[in-house]
Design a protein around this ligand. Structure first.
Ligand code: NOJ
Length: 521
């Protein structure tokens, strides 16, 4: 086994409650995931990242953890997690789990003890209790402080049910080091670190203003934590630490992947980029210029699905300004999502696939208000539509909801009827389906593309991205509105859609080519 398996890996984000529901209670579970491991092996992924699977009251879909060393009863048991890890390994698939160190659930034993304790006690010192709030706002809307019975206030950068840990407290640091070992000892191959850039806070918790450095985003002292975590990961070997850090500044982002810190971070500048050749090329160049191992991400459980993003007039994504008021052209969005998938999988580095991307699912924008779960929707009074639309359970088979997701129980979020055309069953064996495109692309990528795959840009018309990889693959993505010529002597390895009758590459399409030796010479 290579210690740096993660460098070129295809990593599948498995959003547990929406993947597969073997228990038939409307929520996905570990038994469902275990039953579908052959599907993921067949899809061709190298690793699965499980979103939080811990006991949780689900105030934020599991990112409110009540116990970091157990599995939510609704998902299964620790013994099932162990079985899942070893079965996945049997398929040659690595397991990455999600760790949430910035905050826990208000039901976590430490927070419960803090509530029972007096102001100023060691129990309260593991969190941020103060006798008055500052001006910090919650990422989910409203003040980032909630008052308790004795008059003290506690800090929660997210929902009130997610109290922030105090990372200047030695007990908190020791606890998380122990939790890392707990899961590494169970055989997990990697850790996705939630909200990784916000753990440390400016001493004294000053008000946020425009003049001073941000009091909790991307502070220099957060790096000390990851230096320590890296030592622990290195003791185990072949483990990967992946940071979830939303920073537009790629140079600041790169600091997290210095040789003694995290192995990789998610490439959110790439995800946020509009469907625009020049802008995408700039992000790709910025990414490749950094010493860090590149990753490529188009979607996750916090963002609008790309089929919908790319079908709007504004194709960019802004985490703080989701806009569902725009018209969506699903046909256009799907065509572009196919082209984006091939562009992304041709780039050198690791690629993330959020469950349902391989099925071409779109953002479900019409979930009735009374079925919505996301605290972002509720805490902003609906001003921000939130993230439920990208979390709708997967359609597996059949012609009506729940589409084989459960054995008949109503899924926790409603599925659109039109997804009958997008089930795994409907798409399997269809050469034109999104699923076939993903399966084929992942297979070619694994078999024919080298991990290092140095990229050389080629001259191309405006709106076209064309590059050669050192392993001989040429990728041409046409983001312009006119068809482009392809080299005559090229073998087409894979195309995101049909070529024009004159063999030109139509708009919003990507093709992978191999050139004949004569053309190369
Ligand atoms: C990032 C996670 O991806 C998101 O789903 C969650 O709400 C926040 N961090 C808070 O944990």
């Amino acid at each position: 086994m290579h210690d740096d398996w993660w460098r070129g890996a295809a990593i599948y984000e498995l959003y547990v409650q929406s993947f597969a529901d073997a228990g038939n209670d409307g929520m996905g579970d570990l038994a469902g995931a275990r039953a579908r491991l052959p599907y993921l092996a067949d899809l061709g992924v190298d690793a699965i990242w499980f979103t939080p699977w811990y006991p949780s009251p689900l105030a934020d879909a599991g990112y409110d953890v009540a116990d970091y060393r157990d599995i939510a009863p609704r998902f299964g048991t620790l013994a099932e997690a162990d079985a899942l890890i070893s079965e996945a390994h049997g398929h040659g698939i690595k397991i990455i789990i999600d760790l949430v160190p910035n905050h826990c659930s208000d039901r976590h034993a430490w927070f419960q003890a803090a509530l029972k304790a007096q102001p100023g006690t060691p129990e309260r010192a593991r969190f941020w209790f103060r006798d008055r709030p500052n001006n910090w706002q919650s990422r989910f809307g409203g003040l980032a402080w909630t008052q308790v019975g004795d008059g003290d206030w506690y800090l929660h950068i997210f929902a009130p049910e997610q109290p922030d840990f105090n990372w200047s407290n030695a007990e908190v640091r020791a606890e998380f080091e122990d939790i890392l070992r707990f899961w590494f000892d169970r055989g997990v191959d990697g850790i996705r670190i939630d909200t990784a850039g916000m753990l440390t806070k400016e001493p004294g918790l000053p008000d946020l203003d425009d003049e001073h450095p941000h009091p909790f985003v991307d502070r220099d002292d957060v790096h000390d934590i990851y230096r320590r975590w890296r030592q622990i990961a290195d003791e185990y070997g072949a483990r990967v630490l992946i940071g979830e850090i939303w920073l537009a500044d790629t140079a600041r982002l790169a600091r997290y992947t210095r040789p003694d810190e995290l192995h990789t971070v998610f490439n959110f500048p790439y995800l946020s980029c509009p469907w625009d050749a020049a802008r995408l090329r700039a992000v790709i160049d910025d990414t490749l210029a950094l010493p860090a191992a590149p990753t490529w991400v188009l979607a996750n459980h916090d963002v609008d699905r790309e089929v919908s993003r790319y079908g709007r007039a504004d194709t960019s994504f802004d985490l703080d300004a989701r806009d569902h008021s725009q018209e969506v052209d699903l046909e256009l969005g799907t065509r572009r999502a196919r082209a984006a998938a091939l562009l992304t999988m041709a780039l050198p580095g690791a690629v993330y696939i959020y469950q349902g991307e391989e099925l071409g699912l779109w953002e479900v924008e019409d979930i009735p208000e009374d079925r919505r779960q996301d605290p972002i929707f509720h805490r902003t009074g609906g001003a921000d539509p939130g993230r439920d639309g990208c979390r709708v359970p997967l359609p597996w088979s059949g012609t009506e909801p729940p589409f084989g997701f459960s054995a008949g129980h109503e899924p926790w979020l409603p599925q659109p009827k039109q997804w009958r055309e997008l089930t795994v069953q409907a798409q399997s064996g269809d050469p034109a389906s999104m699923l076939t495109l993903y399966r084929t692309a992942l297979r070619v990528r694994r078999q024919q593309l080298s991990v290092a795959g140095v990229l050389t840009w080629l001259d191309a018309p405006a709106g076209v991205l064309a590059f050669d990889r050192a392993d001989g693959l040429r990728c041409v993505a046409n983001l312009s509105d006119t068809p482009v010529e392809l080299p005559a002597a090229a073998e087409i390895v894979l195309a995101s859609g049909p070529l024009a009758s004159d063999a030109r590459l139509p708009p919003d399409s990507t093709v992978w080519l191999r050139l004949s030796p004569q053309t190369l010479a």
